[in-house]
Design a protein around this ligand. Structure first.
Ligand SMILES: Nc1nc2c(ncn2[C@@H]2O[C@@H]3COP(=O)(O)O[C@H]4[C@@H](O)[C@H](n5cnc6c(=O)[nH]c(N)nc65)O[C@@H]4COP(=O)(O)O[C@H]3[C@H]2O)c(=O)[nH]1
Length: 747
């Protein structure tokens, strides 16, 4: 304390001039006074130092043109002259000054005020400048970071974001060159990301750099997941294989940091190169950390975006392109074709027995099957073709660049069918999956993606109808039918919504006692324009278009409800027989629909019998048995309708959980005069009874037919001889009569 006091007393306090000199030299800001010609009169040591003078006195008499480049000097001088001329101070002006010797930029905040004499005349100016370069750098860093983050938010291309990030680093750190490398798809190499200041040749040479120990700073940093600092490339063993390359480009040191995802996965590297052999400064390390974090955000965002785009255009399960991508690819293929004239074909593929695997072995097994089929399809096609999953067990194969004949299409199709048919082991069981294929070809079968796909679908449906495991080329006739179907299809859909359907019931009678033990539900359509339509006219279409599923569900529900109503009205319980078409039966939710209808209507399952056609049952016996068993367990029984019209596999018939065979009407028609029909009918009756099934003859119209059936011990009959299909009220009356008279006699 006393020393300070003495110093002040000795040196300064007695000499105000010296005191002031001391004061202004201690200030880190630049202080100066200039005369009316803008020449220095006084300056502090800071001003002298920055201009490379030993002493502030060396500045006396100099002006800005002696110290700065011409344009900066002119700028400063103009402002100073204005302050002197107007007498108005200029406060806190920010200006950028380029150091003449080093070329370095400095930012100053400068105030210049007029210097006035005792009589208030302006005699010069006083200036004070503060170096605000550090603050300016921080501002710039913050603004640039914000701008880069905004670029990430608005999904700017990744290379543009990384490029700007590297440039930001290069502006902040003088004499370094940045480089970002990205992990490639295989995860074993680094590919070029951004390096705006490095030569193309250098970037090209390190594009595809392997990840591993000894692969330069970046390959090693990605390998270790840690920063790698190489101060001297020329001597560091990590650079053994890349030394000459770096030297050719004047790169002496390289500090690389891994770019890590939020959960620590290496996404790439961020490297800074220097043209001098040196270690990084702490500030450089800090900035690199900030930059790697921003790079990680940008890369992760891009990955997420790629994933979302992939998910939007691909099927999650099989990884195949989905319907949205198909439309795009098909449209592109057609555009290409317009230039070169080859054909483009759409193969609509539907697996025949997928439901069986799915239902019997569960969804995981079904998924496995679909994935295997997808891989097999992919292996059969050219890189320019596409295998697409449309949903469920439906696929489309797009064949492009085909010669103008069907040979190549047929060859590709047979290859696909054969590949799918290869045995498939799922859960230890061997499966042979068949498929039905419909083919439509551009330009003859359609000139837009939607039409081609729809026509291939129509052709596939025809192939399926013809007995599965087949294929069908689209023809215009199919299309005409398709249009008619479309109109009717709309009608059926509207009819369901507007309750235009109703049910009639036809009694089924025990031959021995004449008792109605069951009724068959038969649907009718009361069309608003066409009047009453019989099921033969619309059921096949409803089956084709899939509308049989909602229609059949309504029939089932209505029939169960009606049967319960009769029981609630006090009639003895009878069986309700409901026709089930193949499409309904194969629908994924079929069993649960039946259970739901029973539950909702509270009908005892024992009072429901489902009639399946012989062809439905025999087509996929194993699959059908599995579904039937599920329902039989709860009490539902089954009958085979139209028996004798198909080609029954008799051994399969034995294993079916069926309680009744229905002899088809066609055998009854000429029964009396046709010996063959007599033989067949008698054989069916005997066969059914040997298999412990009841047998019912359908379409009984005459007493002669009835006598024959009786003589041959047929159990039950249904036909106009007893009753046509009638309303629920009529059935109520018949049941009422039966209860009072016990039995329905032939008319
Ligand atoms: N000539 C003559 N015909 C007789 C005689 N007895 C019964 N029929 C008719 O034979 C058909 C018997 O039904 P189906 O074989 O199951 O044949 C049914 C069935 O395959 C289908 N169908 C009817 N309703 C439904 C339904 O709700 N769902 C499904 N999937 N198919 C249905 O439509 C077909 C025709 O039904 P319908 O026109 O009601 O015709 C009924 C019935 O009216 C007879 O003595 N003489």
């Amino acid at each position: 304390m006393s020393i300070v006091k003495n110093d002040l007393a000795d040196n300064s306090l007695n000499d105000p001039h010296r005191l002031l000199r001391n004061m202004i030299d201690q200030v880190p800001d630049y202080l100066f006074v200039k005369d009316l010609d803008c020449r220095f009169i006084v300056a502090n040591e800071a001003v002298a130092r920055i201009h490379g003078f030993e002493s502030p006195d060396d500045l006396t008499g100099k002006n800005d043109f002696d110290l700065h480049d011409a344009s900066s000097a002119a700028r400063f001088s103009q402002i100073e002259r204005q302050v002197i001329r107007t007498g108005v101070a200029m406060i806190g002006m920010e200006e950028c000054v380029v150091d003449a010797a080093s070329g370095k930029e400095r930012w100053l905040s400068t105030s210049k005020v007029p210097l006035r004499s005792a009589n208030d005349t302006v005699v010069g100016l006083i200036g004070i400048s503060r170096d605000i370069s550090a603050r300016k750098r921080d501002d710039f860093l913050r603004d640039e970071q914000t701008a880069i983050l905004e670029m990430i938010v608005v999904n700017s291309p990744l290379h543009a974001v990384l490029d700007r990030l590297v440039r930001l680093m290069e502006r902040q750190l003088v004499g370094v060159y940045g480089s970002i490398l990205l992990l490639d798809d295989g995860g074993t190499h680094l590919k070029h990301g951004a390096a705006p200041a490095l030569s193309q040749e250098y970037c090209g040479a390190i594009d595809g750099l392997p990840i591993g120990p000894g692969a330069g700073s970046c390959g090693t940093a990605a390998w270790l997941g840690e920063s790698v600092i190489v101060a001297d490339i020329a001597s560091d063993p990590l650079w053994k294989n890349y030394r000459d390359l770096a030297s050719r480009h004047g790169l002496k040191s390289c500090w690389s940091a891994p770019v890590l995802s939020h959960d620590g996965i290496v996404l790439g590297t961020f490297a800074l190169y220097s043209a001098r052999v040196r270690h990084p400064e702490p500030a450089e390390i800090n900035l690199t950390q900030i930059a790697t974090r921003i790079a990680a955000i940008a890369i992760e965002r891009k990955h997420a975006e790629d994933k979302i785009r992939h998910m939007a255009y691909h099927d999650m399960l099989t990884g195949l392109p989905n319907r949205s991508l198909l439309t795009d690819r098909l449209t592109q293929a057609m555009l290409q074709t317009k230039r070169h004239n080859p054909w483009v074909s759409v193969l609509f593929v539907d697996l025949d027995n997928f439901k069986f695997v799915n239902d019997s072995l569960g969804h995981t097994a079904g998924d496995e099957l679909l994935k295997t089929v997808a891989r097999r399809m992919e292996n059969c096609i050219q890189p320019t073709d596409a295998a697409v999953r449309m949903g469920g067990d439906e696929f489309v194969i797009l064949l492009t660049d085909l010669p103008e004949n069907t040979d190549a299409i047929a060859a590709a199709m047979h290859k696909i069918r054969a590949a799918i048919l290869e045995p498939m082991i799922i859960r230890g069981r061997e499966f042979h999956i068949t498929c039905s294929i419909g083919i439509a070809t551009y330009p003859q079968d359609g000139t837009d993606a939607e039409t081609l796909i729809a026509n291939a679908d129509i052709a596939m449906y025809k192939a399926k109808e013809a007995g599965r495991d087949g294929f069908r080329f689209f023809t215009p006739e199919l299309n005409i039918k398709a249009h008619e179907r479309l109109a009717l299809h709309d009608g059926i859909r509207r009819g369901i919504a507007q309750s235009e359907f109703h049910l009639l019931y036809q009694p089924q009678v025990e031959l021995e006692f004449g008792r109605i033990f069951a009724v068959e539900a038969l649907v009718r359509w009361n069309h608003p324009q066409l009047g009453l339509i019989n099921p033969n006219e619309f059921i096949p279409l409803a089956e084709e278009t899939g509308l049989i599923v909602p229609l059949g569900e309504w029939v089932l529900y209505e029939a169960c409800k009606q049967n319960k109503r009769w029981q609630d009205a006090g009639f003895e319980p009878i069986t309700m027989c409901v026709n089930v078409s193949a499409r309904q039966f194969h629908d994924q939710n079929w069993t649960s629909r039946v259970m739901h209808a029973l539950g909702e209507t509270e009908l005892d399952a024992k009072c429901l019998e489902l009639e399946l056609t012989e062809s439905l049952v025999m087509r996929d016996v194993n699959e059908v048995i599995a579904t039937m068993e599920e329902l039989r367990k709860v009490g539902v029984s089954f009958a085979i309708d139209d028996f004798g019209t198909g080609y029954s596999n008799l051994s399969a018939l034995k294993s079916l959980p069926v309680s009744r065979l229905k002899i088809d009407r066609s055998f009854l028609r000429n029964l009396v005069e046709d010996d063959d029909d007599k033989t067949i009918t008698a054989a069916v009756i005997s066969l059914a009874q040997k298999l412990n099934m009841k047998v019912i003859a359908e379409g009984v119209e005459t007493h002669e037919q009835l006598t024959f059936l009786r003589e041959n011990h047929c159990d039950e009959v249904q036909g106009h001889l007893f009753s046509e299909a009638v309303s629920s009220t009529e059935i109520g009356k018949l049941l009422q009569n039966q209860q009072s008279r016990s039995g329905l006699a032939p008319a």
